[in-house]
Design a protein. Structure first.
Length: 234
């Protein structure tokens, strides 16, 4: 094995959209939950739900609404928009249970994490709902490679807020910021969190979207294996 020539000792990975295939897991969970509640699943229903959910998560990340309110509101708005007569509370409970069973990973994620865990210390950082993320992580094949997981729902603050990064660094034993690299797919939460905190960032951008302004990531990769060229002298 070659000697590592890297400034980094810690790698912070985002979960959904970076390692976990959340879109596929969400589809399976939404299909099973609509069927259970006698609702016809369609691509249109999913598109409406996705747009509502994205906006509510944006508001949550900006500190504009609590996560507890988001959970049910997304289905209240969905059912109202589509004229569906279903109680949102039990639907949400069943959806979260179904989502907690989804552990699909993106292509190459397990190989990359397993490889890097023998060379670096790894932390998982997610803005997800605790009951869902804990269930998924505990069932996941990559759980053994991470020293800890920081979940916004459990600490009461989300990326990109600096308090979230404070907690992450506390869990890591407060290493120098220069020794930490944050890898994530979201410019608004992951890259902003790292940039504002003074940490190097790597934007995982498999769809090769254009940068929409600040913040600028330190690095950008279109496939997970691209991280090797950044952190390892291979």
């Amino acid at each position: 094995m070659k000697e590592i020539r890297s400034p980094y000792n810690w790698l912070i990975f985002d979960a959904d959209g970076t390692l976990f295939d959340f879109n596929r897991g969400e589809t399976v969970a939404l299909q099973s939950t609509t069927e259970r509640h006698g609702v016809s699943y369609s691509s249109h229903l999913h598109e409406v739900y996705a747009a509502i959910s994205a906006e509510l998560w944006r508001r949550f990340e900006n500190g504009e609404m609590p996560l507890e309110e988001l959970r049910v509101m997304r289905f209240e708005l969905l059912f109202s928009d589509l004229g569906i007569d279903v109680e949102p509370d039990p639907f949400n409970n069943d959806f979260m249970e179904a989502l907690g069973r989804q552990t699909q990973l993106l292509d190459g994620a397990e190989d990359v994490v397993r490889d890097l865990s023998s060379r670096f210390r790894l932390l998982l950082a997610t803005n997800g709902i605790a009951v869902v993320q804990r269930a998924r992580f505990s069932r996941s094949s990559i759980r053994q490679y991470f020293e800890d997981v920081v979940i916004s729902d459990e600490i009461g603050v989300a990326k990109p807020q600096p308090e979230y990064m404070d907690e992450a660094f506390s869990r890591m034993g407060k290493p120098p910021k220069s020794e930490v690299l944050l890898i994530g797919d979201s410019l608004s939460s992951d890259i902003t969190a790292g940039a504002n905190y003074g940490v190097d960032t790597c934007w995982f951008n498999p769809n090769q979207f254009p940068l929409d302004g600040s913040p600028q990531p330190t690095y950008m990769i279109s496939e997970l294996a691209g991280i090797y060229e950044i952190v390892l002298d291979r």
